[in-house]
Design a protein around this ligand. Structure first.
Ligand SMILES: C[S@@+](CC[C@H](N)C(=O)[O-])C[C@H]1O[C@@H](n2cnc3c(N)ncnc32)[C@H](O)[C@@H]1O
Length: 479
């Protein structure tokens, strides 16, 4: 296995006709992040850092593999990532590939749960990723889609070659998971189709596909730290106008600073701020940053412990089935019809809770619970086709409380235990799993407290209403 060689990567990048701003940036290792990009000098916002021409994106339509396959063989790979994976395998197997320098500098090992042993994976019990690791699905895809083609075309894919093994499939898949970009299919060299109109006359958005973009995938990311972003040429001209730095790159993608960056600072892209569960699943790392005050304000000292770190963008998912179960336990009728109505209206079947004092008591969760629990709302839904408003009442609180408690009961460990592991010095996988559990549980316990406050508020309002009623009756008696 060859080690990552930044000079080789940059040289092959330039040799492929891409542009790289040597004066502004360099590739360098960062503690616990692998390699990343650093500012070699102060960089103004809107400065182009590198540009990749369209023909250097690695996609099923730029790779030469397609020209060697029959139409039927090509079509047999349609759907999911099988096509892109095979193209990456193919390009990596060829000594003369345009992407040789790019692919030989890609990681082969990953910290994502896909590569964890049983014992480590058990640490994810109860979390949102417990059943989402996808290793079995990937294997099934390999056997169903790739294996027949590999066997039929031994002229292209030599039998027994390490490049086309199941292990190689997992490696390429994980590279896509942690490093790909999603772009419109026509920009990837794929078919240009006329946008179709749906029933409402809205134009369908163009299909988007995952592609590999050399160099753009060398940037790390962390919650709220992004200071650069990848722009399609012409996407945002204003952003591209660096001071005195006008470049006519032609068609492709340009990484551009979005903020002023100090010399020696890391240049971060954004991965769209996913919660730690998704970060771990896709990228093999979690964000353990100082939690901001609006988050720590929601937590008790024992939930922060001596480790007030985490991901402010964390989330915990509530499956719709859990909500229906809690509502059903309170004796609702027509549960199935209510859920069908919700789904027909485009409602989600899972609901995300976040760090938020009020945000978790808003749509879509509250209207969904009202649809299940409130007879007037259900009648209105049936007669007028209307979804309920987002008004919190005692039934909503009651169901939500049961749901949050049921969700929290899925983890075997306590918050105290998670704090000790996440903030400890133990093995990386165990620490990462504990950080995911901790973030999710912190959101759940803080949601329970928000519900307590809501109960108080409703009790107060009820008290006032009763007191108002008494006074009114007394006044009437006096008349
Ligand atoms: C798009 S690549 C970035 C380049 C990568 N660091 C490398 O050495 O090739 C994404 C990977 O970088 C690492 N990474 C990115 N941001 C990170 C962060 N905030 N903390 C830890 N690792 C990070 C993770 O391993 C992730 O899978």
């Amino acid at each position: 296995m060859t080690a990552f060689n930044p000079d080789d990567l940059v040289a092959s990048f330039k040799a492929a006709g891409a542009w790289y701003n040597d004066a502004a940036m360099a590739l360098t290792p960062f503690p616990n992040m692998g390699w990343g990009a650093v500012a070699r000098q102060p960089i103004k916002a809107h400065t182009p850092l590198f540009h990749i021409p369209l023909d250097y994106l690695l996609t099923p339509w730029t790779s030469s593999l397609r020209t060697h396959l029959t139409e039927a063989e090509w079509e047999s790979l349609d759907g999911g990532w099988a096509r892109l994976i095979l193209c990456m395998m193919w390009e990596e197997s060829r000594a003369d590939s345009k992407w040789g320098g790019y692919l030989r500098n890609m990681p082969r090992e990953f910290d994502s749960p896909m590569f964890w042993g049983e014992a480590d994976r058990a640490e994810l019990k109860g979390t949102d990723i417990e059943n989402r690791i996808g290793k079995a699905d990937a294997e099934a895809d390999y056997h169903a889609k790739l294996a027949p083609l590999l066997a039929a075309r031994a002229d292209l894919f030599p039998a027994g070659s390490e490049h086309f093994s199941l292990d190689a499939y997992h490696v390429q898949g994980s590279r896509i998971l942690s490093r790909s970009f999603t772009i419109p299919i026509s920009r990837a060299g794929g078919p240009v189709t006329e946008p179709e109109e749906d029933e409402d006359g809205d134009e369908d958005e163009e299909e988007e596909v995952a592609v590999m973009i050399p160099m753009a995938d060398m940037l790390n990311a962390a919650f709220d730290r992004d200071n650069a972003r990848l722009f399609a040429d012409g996407e945002d001209d204003e952003e591209e106008e660096g001071e005195g730095e006008k470049h006519d790159f032609g068609e492709g993608f340009t990484m551009i600073s979005t903020k002023d960056i100090g010399e020696g600072e890391q240049i971060y892209n954004t991965y769209a701020a996913p919660p730690n569960s998704e970060l771990l699943r896709k990228y093999g790392h979690v964000d353990n940053l100082s939690l901001p005050e609006d988050v720590t304000a929601l937590l008790l000292p024992e939930e922060l412990g001596s480790w007030p770190f985490g991901n402010a963008g964390d989330e915990v998912e509530i499956p719709g089935t859990l909500v229906v179960e809690a509502a059903a336990a309170r004796g609702i009728s027509d549960a199935e019809a209510r859920v069908d109505f919700w789904l027909d209206q485009g409602g989600d079947d899972t609901f995300g809770l976040t760090y938020s004092a009020e945000g978790n008591l808003e749509p879509p969760l509250v209207p969904f619970i009202r649809l299940l629990t409130n007879e007037d709302d259900w009648a209105k839904a049936q007669t007028k086709g209307k979804l309920p408003k987002s008004t919190v009442d005692a039934a909503v609180i009651d169901v939500l409380e049961a749901v949050v408690r049921a969700r929290a009961a899925k983890y075997p460990q306590t918050i105290e235990a998670d704090l000790a592991v996440a903030g400890g010095q133990g093995p990386l996988n165990a620490r990462n799993a504990a950080a995911v559990r901790l973030g999710e549980k912190r959101i759940l316990v803080s949601t329970l407290r928000v519900l307590e406050r809501e109960k108080e508020r409703l009790r107060g309002e009820e008290g006032k209403r009763k007191a108002g009623g008494k006074e009114e009756r007394a006044a009437k008696r006096r008349k």
